[in-house]
Each structure stands twice: as C-alpha cells, then as structure tokens.
Design a protein around this ligand. Structure first.
Ligand SMILES: [Fe+2]
Ligand SMILES: [Fe+2]
Length: 276
C-alpha cells in the first residue's frame, strides 16, 4: 500500500488524459466512417496519454473487418493503446484475427498515475460474457504488483444493467464475483461498452462507466454516437461524453481521495427513457 507521500509525488501537475472509444462495428451497414474519422482526429487533437478501445471493433469477426479496424486504430497518435475484443469480435472465431492484429486479448498497461488491467469478457459466438473465476487471482495480482493513483479495469460487457437496454441481459454472468474482485483490488474505475448507451454509476468505491458506440448508427432511442474522455488532475477525475462533430458534456466528476462525486446523466436518461 502506498504512503500518502508517494501518492502525492505521483500526482501529475498537468492533466492526464485517457480516451475511451467503443463499438466501432467496422463492416456493418450502420457503420459510419465519417464519425470514426472525426472521432479519431478529435482524440488526436487532445493528445491523450492512453487510448482504450473497449471492443466490438468489427461486426462478424471477419478478417476484412479487422483489417479495416486496424487501419483506423493506426491513425491514432498514441503509443499507449489498450484494446479488448467484444462479443462481435469473437464471432466466427474472430479472436484469431484479433490476436494477430491487436495482440493479447488480456493486457496490463501502467503509465503515469494509472494502472489498467483489460480482459477479454467475450465467449465465442455468444452475446453474453464472463470474466471467469480462473482470472480473479490474476486480476488481483496485476493490480497489486505496483501502486497506482487510479486503478482501471477494462472489459467489453457491462457489470451493471444499463438503462434503456433490456436491463437484465448481457451483463457478464459472474458480475457479482467480478465486482468483489475489483473492490478487493482497489479499482476505482471500470470502462466498458457493448450496449451502445453511455452511462455511469457509483457502486461502493467503484465508478462504472459505459461508453456508447463511436461510429455505429445502431443507436437506442435518441442517443448519439459518442466516446469518452477521462481527465485526471489534482486528485480529481472528470469524465466527458464527446460527440464527433458536436461538442461534449460532463458525465461524472469525482475525488480520488474522498470519492465525493457529482454525476450528470440526466441528458442520457432523457434520451432512452419514455416520458409516460
Ligand atoms: Fe456493440
Ligand atoms: Fe457488444
């Protein structure tokens, strides 16, 4: 466990930025290249320290879809890249192409104040996902290996039911055990995708953040394509939902010391909730 002194030494003077984009869905009819191109140029302008892609790069896991996704990801001006496959990427044994073009399906990245552990929660040809008890210890060990101001866990599926999405479906099967593992590991932030609806919750000491789709027009209700920017500065974390071409709004702001927070999800609720 880090002392307060070493924690404050690790604090950065400037803003440390993580860009999270998700559910590109290259190859599908509803894929909109202009949205992805614009999002990538906006992300590059922000010069993020880390870029996270939380899965569903493709639609059927086909090789040509992966080639297209890789082409886009290569346009990112960021060396520190974390990518996990989604359920669509594991269709048709697509994880073979994932490994060839994006590397390990489970990975660890440590940079600046952040430790990220990312896992493949997909199951071949199934829409639901799981972490699996065989990986709980590995996850804990990775987070315990080095202290970090902000410990981040990345997966494609969500750990909590997302509003407006058929709430009971497609949570990882072992969400309860996985959440306990993350709590024990001191994780503060979970980044996921999958349901194309952005949202954020605070659950105990965890902030669980779901990204929308960045470039698919398979949208729910009045949600729009978007991606997330996570900013860490002076012991605070601010998370923004950004719409390619169309500005941004804050999703949540929290203190790393006290976990005091404010969230601003009213707009999302209006987009996916019936009024009567
Ligand atoms: Fe998706
Ligand atoms: Fe998905």
């Amino acid at each position: 466990m880090a002392s307060d002194g070493s924690r404050s030494r690790r604090r950065l003077r400037g803003v440390f930025r993580i860009a999270q984009f998700s559910d590109l869905h290259c190859g599908e009819t509803y894929f909109e290249a202009s949205l992805l191109e614009r999002a990538i140029s906006e992300i590059n302008e922000l010069r993020p320290d880390i870029v996270v892609c939380s899965g569903d790069l493709t639609t059927f896991g086909f090789r040509h879809e992966y080639l297209l996704a890789r082409e886009y990801v290569d346009r990112l001006d960021c060396e520190a890249l974390v990518v996990v496959p989604g359920n669509h990427d594991s269709r048709n044994v697509g994880y073979v192409h994932f490994e060839e073009m994006f590397g390990e399906r489970n990975s660890v990245l440590r940079k600046g104040p952040v430790s990220i552990v990312a896992v493949d929660s997909s199951e071949p040809d199934l829409d639901h996902g799981q972490i699996g008890r065989g990986r709980y210890r590995w996850i804990e060990e990775q987070f315990a290996a080095e202290p970090a101001e902000l410990k981040v866990f990345v997966l494609h599926h969500h750990l909590l039911p997302v509003p407006g999405t058929g709430r009971e479906r497609n949570i990882v099967h072992d969400a309860g055990d996985a959440i306990e593992t993350l709590q024990r590991s001191g994780v503060r932030l979970v980044l996921s995708g999958h349901k194309h609806v952005p949202y954020v919750w605070r659950l105990e000491d965890l902030f669980v953040v779901n990204a929308g789709t960045v470039s698919s027009l398979r949208l729910r209700g009045n949600t729009r394509p978007c991606y997330n920017i996570i900013e860490i500065a002076d012991g605070r974390v601010d998370i923004w939902r950004r719409h390619p071409f169309h500005g941004q709004e804050r999703l949540v702001s929290f203190s790393l010391d006290t976990l005091e927070y404010a969230k601003f999800t009213g707009a999302i609720e209006d987009e996916v909730t019936a009024r009567t």
